[in-house]
Design a protein around this ligand. Structure first.
Ligand code: TRP
Length: 334
């Protein structure tokens, strides 16, 4: 039996290199060997952007373009829009009884986001419980594997807890998922902060034009103590090298570069020029495909509608089974 993958993204903007390193590349690679579902989580985006529905709608299309441009193939993967599958909301409702408020408040990723988004005392209830809705996303599709960046590990942990609780009370029907985290699972921002993110303004987008990419790399954070080219420098924690670790295919060339940098004799400007070349090599074909696809929005909508319809059938089966297990099937049952 082929194993099932589900993963997704919030449509809060176009996708960036952090998404690519964290999860997109894995999806493209595994889509041929796994039943793959990829979700555009528009309802999750609403949990902190309730007042910006048009923007989310627009970004659903942007994310879909990014998916197709990086090589998620709608003929083998199923791309679904979360809001098109109301059964997910139903399952979320059942799961909410299996998790405590205290546990939700302990989720480290949610905690980070609350701090970063500056909600203050005004945290939307939907935001606090979005890990539960994410557990519904994952389990509705019976996913065994969830390819994600490191920041999403707490979500999978919380999903596993909910699944165990559900299965213990109602009978074993839900699949326990596992996170699939790549080697470089958290790409720092161009400013050197730990995470690349749209809201921090430190992202390189898959759709960025070549000039924007060069510009962002040239302004990328480097160690201010590395004043002279001949100074020996540290590779660890250097943002440019972290990006090269993630994207430079020439592994032995990269090792030589690191040696030279450590010994002194490789300046930050030369290093950045190399990184720009590597990123252009990665992004040029993605950008070309994206521009091509963007010419036919009707086709994108068609792909989303077909995928959502196919995906919904799977979620409906799981939820029907959950209802039976929970003795909620008096309208359809025996
Ligand atoms: N929380 C994820 C993010 O912020 C998006 C997401 C929603 C997701 N549902 C998911 C990821 C299910 C993996 C599985 O990018």
């Amino acid at each position: 039996m082929r194993r099932t993958i589900l993963t997704g993204d919030r449509p809060t903007g176009p996708l960036h290199l952090g998404h690519y390193a964290g999860s997109l590349a894995t999806r493209v690679e595994l889509q041929h060997s796994h039943a793959t579902y990829v979700m555009i989580a528009d309802l999750q985006a609403l949990t902190h952007h309730a007042d910006r529905p048009e923007e989310i709608r627009h970004n659903v299309m942007e994310v879909a373009l990014d998916y197709l441009a990086v090589g998620i193939d709608p003929a083998v993967s199923t791309i679904v829009v979360q809001s098109g599958i109301p059964e997910l909301a139903e399952l979320t409702g059942y799961f909410l009884n299996l998790v405590t408020v205290a546990r939700l408040e302990r989720n480290p990723t949610v905690k980070d986001e609350i701090r970063q988004k500056g909600f203050g005392g005004e945290i939307p209830a939907g935001f606090l419980v979005y890990p539960v809705s994410q557990a519904a996303d994952i389990t509705a599709f019976g996913a065994h594997l969830v390819p994600v960046g490191a920041d999403q590990i707490p979500m999978i942990e919380q999903t596993v807890e909910i699944v165990r609780r559900f299965n213990r009370i109602y009978g074993s029907i839900l699949v326990e998922p596992e996170a699939l985290v790549p080697r470089i699972s958290r790409l720092p921002g161009t400013d050197g902060r730990a995470k690349m993110s749209k809201s921090l303004g430190n992202a390189i987008y898959l759709s960025d034009l070549p000039d924007a990419v060069s510009d962002k790399v040239m302004r990328m954070y480097t160690d201010p103590r590395h004043a002279r080219v001949d100074d020996p420098e540290q590779v660890e924690g250097n943002v440019a090298f972290t990006y090269l670790d993630a994207f430079d295919q020439d592994r032995s060339g990269l090792e030589i570069l690191k040696e030279r940098y450590r010994a002194g004799g490789l300046g930050d400007v030369a290093l950045k020029h190399h990184l720009i070349d590597v990123l252009h090599g990665l992004l040029a074909p993605i950008r070309a495909r994206r521009q091509d696809l963007a010419r036919d929005p009707e086709q994108i909508l068609r792909i989303l509608r077909e995928g959502t319809e196919r995906g919904r059938a799977v979620a409906q089966d799981t939820v029907a089974e959950a209802r039976r297990a929970m003795h909620l099937d008096y309208q359809t049952g025996p």
